[in-house]
Ligand binder design. Sequence first.
Ligand code: NAD
Ligand code: IPM
Ligand code: MN
Length: 357
Amino acid sequence: MQAKIVTLPGDGIGPEVIAEAVRVLEAVAARFGHTFAFEEALMGGCAIDAVGDPLPEATLAACESADAVLLGAVGGPQWSDPTAAVRPEQGLLRLRQHFDLFANLRPVRTYPALAGHAPLRADLLDGVDILFVRELTSGIYFGERHEQGDGDRAWDTLFYTVDQVERVARVAFESARRRYGKVASVDKANVLAAMRLWRRTVNQVAADYPDVELEHVLVDACTMHLLRNPARFDVILAGNMFGDILSDEASVLAGSLGMLPSASLNASRFGVYEPIHGSAPDIAGRGIANPVATILSAAMLLRHSLGLETEAAAVEAAVDAALADGLRTADLVAPGETPASTAAFGTHVIEHLVQSD
Ligand code: NAD
Ligand code: IPM
Ligand code: MN
């Protein structure tokens, strides 16, 4: 098949991890006989520096002409002045809003090869296989009032409509049907009106899925359950901010924030694919970032936007094989082990991809 993939490397480690994911996609194209055309565009802090806008019109136009978008990460201390009028992160939020990417899928699994490396006890990680379905285009990130008062007050309003909750809840229930048949919906219905609307709506959607088991979990308790007994969860459905926070927490189950991919999809399955981590300014420019989250995001791109399941599974298997060979980037090494560089890890994944049949 032929496909056009727009890449938005962004800032910090973004370009370093995108480079490896693009190499992996090129290897997929060569091995399976596809033609992928790549076009790179500016987004985030680098776009602010170049043209004064974190999401330039030319970038939006490129994304509109693409079959899918692969994004690195945006942001960094040089653009984080609280008084700045434009911020890299605004570009990301606008991109999500522009394409109505309301369903953010963030799978979390554990890797046997990393059993001894994860910060949590190995026995707690047995059987962990979670899919976060995070609402991505509403909630407190997009409420009506976002205002820095000129004095000592500021506002961000938490807002949800029934329609917004319903469509993302349907994605969660449909996913659970294809997985282990369980949805845990996370809210703060004991305090917040918008979260009571959330819970009520999720209950209404659940009536259409009698075969799926639903539980409601308050977000504060959920943070604890995720570390105490993560294997109890299948699909975790959460609003925009809670889903953001809980998925970073859950990355510890996989071993590192550098391991978790994501797909942000709209109703017509157009998608932006990105690692869940940020631009990691503390390690940027050193070639030591973990590229797994971005390579696995490329696998999700193959699966969800291009319908290439075999190719997606081949990429995932190649990552597994590289980890099984003992290859680890600096975020995963045990004391005394030598870390692999970002590029060395990418090369190793490609070797497995090319060799497998
Ligand atoms: P971060 O996710 O960038 O980094 C948190 C910690 O995890 C750091 O110690 C970092 O070194 C480590 N880490 C992250 N990804 C890694 C990888 N692939 N390999 C190895 N280690 C990795 O979060 P932060 O430092 O709080 O934020 C930095 C900037 O990134 C901020 O400007 C933030 O707004 C932005 N951000 C962007 C996105 C995005 O573009 N989607 C997501 C999250 C944060
Ligand atoms: C993420 C990030 C973004 C979010 C920021 C950078 C806007 O943390 O993709 O997880 O909060 O959604
Ligand atoms: Mn986040």
